[in-house]
Design a protein around this ligand. Structure first.
Ligand SMILES: [Ca+2]
Length: 516
């Protein structure tokens, strides 16, 4: 009897141990899938006191123009009439281009929404702020969250290159936004539209009013993210706009016009970040079904109307001549919209993902009817607008953009820049130097479409087809990135590879870019 009891105990111990081993193994597998990362994992925290830095006026005689910055969402390089589009009527944008300058090699600093905006408002590459991907709503439904978790599991299997986990939940208070900087020069600052630099409905520290704006009306994130509340300043007006979105462009326009009308005393900065033509697409009754480019075209034609209203308001209030208007987009087109014959779309480092329209009008200052092909990036707007306002750049941190005010006003034909870098989240994929674009590798964000971007394993025929990376494109002779000329110009390829590695090394040594 005693022997069988001992055997029974032994058995139980063995099963318990086996059970514990399995449990530990399972936990080991599951833990990394459930663990939340943060951008601090990649870059470390900000230095203490970074948020207290004050900027100074360095040029009291600067022109200090009013600035209207119109930022479309997912508008492609080829959608506007002035950029060769034929399906969408954009008379107001085209008139703006004729009355100012149009740039044909202007890039967003990222091919998705939030990082592009983080770069726009700080002049710094998104990896420095940690806003390397899109922040999601704080109280997103469980099903959405589960779907994204599945996405990161697929990422683990190599199917998708997603790194949402590492993206900061919003823009840090340690950054000095364009609005904060322009306030230094006495500007009244207003923002209307999509913020996407943190869900302020859950974390009020991310509200635009806490980032240098005197006035705000809009939504915290993209219109496909739920819930999508509507805010005026720090007050929630609606808990979720849902599908009631056909009114948005009209509402934004009304608020923008009111802001301009009420800004008579001081120079003003208006940042109008349209919700459209990001999907889902909506246009008001006056525009719905009217374009030759479906709902996408309807939404863009309404945005064009909106620009017309703003220009009319400036004329009516006598501010046309001292107002600099910028019309551009945050990244290339998503499922609809035209990249204008360029390769790739939103999310990709090909031209179609990063290159966007850029039109600047400032009567008497910016040459009329000019087309300029200098490679530019949205990071340039920060130092440029600061220079026009007479504000000095922060001395304690790296600003990656360049002051292009001389180029805009026609005093210079080109600018001297080392390179423009193309990132997928925090991962450096390639660079452009002059007419050359070099890719070390490309992401598979939009799987399964771009099989052309995937490495080919030996068993699937790498030997026959050759590997896909690295790539070297000559954008002057091949703007559509169709011909890899690495074998023809191996020297150029090696030179760009070295430059890429050097930049990456510098960035890794001090990613936040604070001066020691
Ligand atoms: Ca976008």
């Amino acid at each position: 009897m005693a022997g069988s009891r001992r055997r029974g105990l032994k058995k139980r111990i063995t099963y318990t141990v086996i059970g514990l081993v399995f449990l530990a193994a399972a936990a080991n597998l599951v833990y990394p899938l459930l663990r939340s990362h943060s951008s601090d994992d990649l870059y470390g925290p900000y230095p203490p006191g970074a948020g207290d830095t004050k900027l100074a006026i360095v040029d009291p005689g600067a022109p200090r123009p009013n600035v209207v910055l119109i930022y479309c969402d997912d508008l492609g390089y080829g959608d506007l009439g002035s950029y060769g589009g034929r399906a969408i009527r954009t008379p107001n944008v085209d008139r703006l281009a004729a009355g100012g300058s149009r740039f044909t090699n202007y890039y967003a600093c990222n091919a998705v929404c939030a990082p592009s905006r983080a770069g726009l408002l700080t002049g710094r590459y998104p990896f420095r702020t940690g806003v390397i991907g899109n922040p999601y709503p704080g109280d997103e439904p469980l099903s959405r969250r589960a779907a994204r978790k599945l996405g990161s599991i697929l990422k683990g299997l190599g199917v998708l290159d997603l790194r949402e986990d590492y993206a900061a939940s919003g823009l840090s208070a340690s950054e000095i936004t364009l609005a904060e900087a322009l306030r230094t020069a006495g500007y009244r600052t207003g923002m209307v539209g999509k913020w996407h630099l943190g869900d302020y409905s859950r974390q009020p520290a991310y509200n635009p009013l806490r980032h240098g704006f005197d006035f705000y009306f809009g939504v915290p994130h993209s219109n496909d993210m739920r819930p999508c509340p509507l805010f005026r300043n720090t007050k929630m007006i609606e808990a979720d706009i849902g599908d009631n979105q056909a009114r948005l462009t009209g509402l934004y326009t009304r608020e923008a016009v009111q802001f301009i009308e009420s800004s008579q005393e001081r120079p003003f900065f208006l940042y109008l970040a349209h919700t459209f033509p990001h999907q889902p697409l909506f246009a008001s009754q006056r525009f719905a079904g009217k374009s030759k480019a479906g709902k996408y075209g309807d939404a863009v034609e309404e945005i064009d109307w909106s620009l017309g209203e703003i220009v009319a308001c400036l004329a009516r209030t006598g501010r046309e001549d001292n107002t600099l208007i910028i019309f551009t987009s945050d990244n290339g087109p998503w499922f609809e919209g035209s990249p204008g014959g360029l390769r790739g779309r939103k999310g990709q480092s090909y031209e179609g993902g990063f290159r966007v329209p850029f039109i600047v009008r400032w009567p008497g200052r910016v040459p009329r009817n000019r087309v300029n092909a200098t490679p530019l990036i949205n990071l340039d707007l920060y130092p440029t607008l600061l220079a026009l306002a007479g504000v000095g750049l922060p001395g304690d941190r790296v600003v990656d953009g360049l002051d292009i005010s001389g180029l805009l006003t026609g005093k210079a034909d080109t600018i001297s820049r080392e390179a423009i870098y193309f990132y997928h989240y925090d991962l450096l994929e390639g660079l452009r130097v002059g007419k050359w674009k070099y890719f070390r590798k490309l992401n598979r964000y939009t799987w399964p479409v771009p099989m052309d971007a995937a490495p080919i394993p030996d068993r699937l025929g790498r030997k026959q087809l050759g590997n896909r990376w690295p790539l070297l494109y000559d954008l002057e002779n091949d703007p559509q990135e169709s011909y890899n000329v690495l074998a023809t110009y191996p020297q150029k390829g090696a030179e760009l590879a070295a430059r890429l590695a050097h930049w990456e090394q510098l960035a890794a040594a001090n990613p936040r870019g604070f001066k020691k």
